[in-house]
Design a protein around this ligand. Structure first.
Ligand SMILES: [Zn+2]
Length: 472
């Protein structure tokens, strides 16, 4: 037991909470408490036991009055750079989306734009209970890093990387493979393990149609050498698979091809992964590749991913919001609800009948906690509330019209909880949101800066959003 002599750093006890630990035993304490010393959980259990255990210590004791306490949620696919582009590509076809809206937008961003965009995105993430996210691959990682440091959350940051492909904006088209690798090595050196260890730098592949084999191989080798992850969009649309078959020697698509060149490893986080066949699901499973399922973006742009088959094959599936131009909502709470409905609904196509028993609430909750942590290669420290893990946690107030009455807290968290039920967020032992107020940045200032930066960026990029109604 800890003694007063070991009493380094302030002790905080949160008690009288419904604690959903998401640990290996799936323990839930109906009247639980957790003790935190600086950034680490040092005890968890029944409220009465924890209060007694630390009764001789000077501690800040906080009564949560029966609110829910959970591990911070992990959003495993989010484009922080795209937040200023919310609404620039609604209801347009895929080519317009990419070539006339998103690429011109992203290729005209400054580092300051990236910083403001990541701040705005971070505010939305924190409000939905996210304490850690994986950047999907965006512009100006140094801008993102500055925002993450200030916001107080945790992130795996990735640069958008392309060394080939048709129709790229000029500033991207000239980038060589060597420059792509060198840039990421420099970013790794500069930002990896900074902000009290909250920032990690990953390697990125935007997608296979914009990557040479040389880039793929160098990325794989460099990520292995630096012991970090790779984030890549995989098998998003049927055309991607057709393109791979037409240009590379393989008979199916992206996953089969990546397997044939030994690219697939445990440190790969594959986003979307919609158009994969049964063999490819097995390939992903055997390689230990993690999959980020983004339900809203999939429904809007891509199609139904075979998530049930992936889970059955033992693949670690987590949830992501994707970016603001393909989803508009960066709430992981919304994605939980959508993931449940969409994958239950997909069974009608798969089996010809409904099956409400599949994708139970606990499966969805795992996706945004422990599976998310495994996906970002951080599960030794985050993803569940356990002694020795980092104090990343969220407080949910269920006493509202949206959640009452509660008969099963796990069901309630997945099927009834709204983003608005999220009241407080702690990351790395520090309160970053309390009573719905973000403590690390001035929200009004960020909103104002974002509004101006977005208008200016669209002007610079020559993007015009036509009005679709008779606006007077
Ligand atoms: Zn994406």
């Amino acid at each position: 037991m800890e003694t007063a002599a070991q009493n380094n750093g302030s002790l905080v006890i949160l008690h009288n909470a419904v604690i959903v630990t998401m640990d290996a035993q799936s323990r839930v304490f109906l009247k639980g408490a957790v003790a935190i010393r600086s950034d680490t959980i040092i005890a968890i259990g029944q409220s009465a036991d924890i209060l007694l255990k630390f009764s001789s210590f000077s501690a800040q004791v906080i009564d949560l009055h029966g609110q829910f306490l959970l591990p911070g949620f992990i959003n495993t696919h989010v484009h922080t750079s795209q937040q200023l582009g919310r609404g620039i590509a609604d209801d347009v076809d895929l080519l317009t989306w990419l070539h006339h809206r998103v690429w011109p937008y992203e290729s005209n961003m400054s580092e300051e734009d990236s910083y403001i965009s990541a701040l705005l995105c971070g505010i939305e993430l924190i409000h939905s209970g996210v304490t850690c996210f994986a950047e999907a691959g965006g512009q100006h990682v140094s801008g993102m890093a500055r925002a993450v440091e200030l916001l107080g959350i945790r992130a795996c940051l990735t640069e958008s990387i392309m060394d080939s492909g048709e129709g790229l904006p000029e500033s991207w088209a000239t980038r060589t493979t060597e420059e792509c690798i060198q840039s990421q090595k420099d970013l790794y050196k500069k930002h990896h393990n900074t902000a009290d260890g909250r920032i990690k730098v990953w390697f990125g592949i935007r997608q296979i149609m914009n990557a040479t084999d040389n880039l793929l191989m160098k990325t794989r080798d460099m990520a292995k050498e630096l012991e970090t992850g790779i984030h890549m969009h995989v098998a998003e649309i049927p055309y991607e698979n057709q393109h791979v078959v037409a240009t590379r020697e393989v008979d199916h698509g992206t996953v089969a091809y990546l397997n044939s060149i030994n690219f697939l490893e445990k440190n790969l986080l594959a986003a979307h992964t919609v158009w994969v066949n049964k063999d490819e699901v097995d390939i992903l499973s055997n390689a230990g590749v993690k999959v980020s399922h983004c339900p809203a973006a999939a429904m809007r742009m891509l199609g139904f991913a075979p998530i049930r088959e992936m889970l059955s094959a033992g693949i670690c599936v987590s949830l992501g919001t994707d970016g603001a131009p393909s989803n508009n909502r960066m709430s992981i709470v919304d994605e939980m609800y959508l993931a449940s409905l969409i994958n239950k609904g997909r069974e009608v196509f798969a089996k010809g009948t409904t099956d409400p028993t599949i994708f139970p609430a606990e499966t969805i909750l795992k996706m945004v906690t422990i599976n998310g942590a495994k996906s970002v290669l951080w599960d030794k420290e985050i993803g569940s509330l356990e002694v020795g893990k980092k104090a990343d946690m969220i407080v949910v107030n269920p006493s509202s019209w949206s959640m009452m009455p509660i008969h099963d807290c796990i069901s309630s968290l997945v099927y009834s909880m709204r983003t608005e039920n999220m009241v407080s967020v702690i990351c790395n032992g520090r309160w970053i949101m309390k009573d719905k107020k973000i403590l690390t940045v001035d929200e009004a200032e960020v909103l104002d800066a974002a509004k101006h930066a977005s208008i200016e960026l669209l002007r610079r990029a020559g993007i015009q959003i036509p009005s679709r109604m008779n606006v007077m």
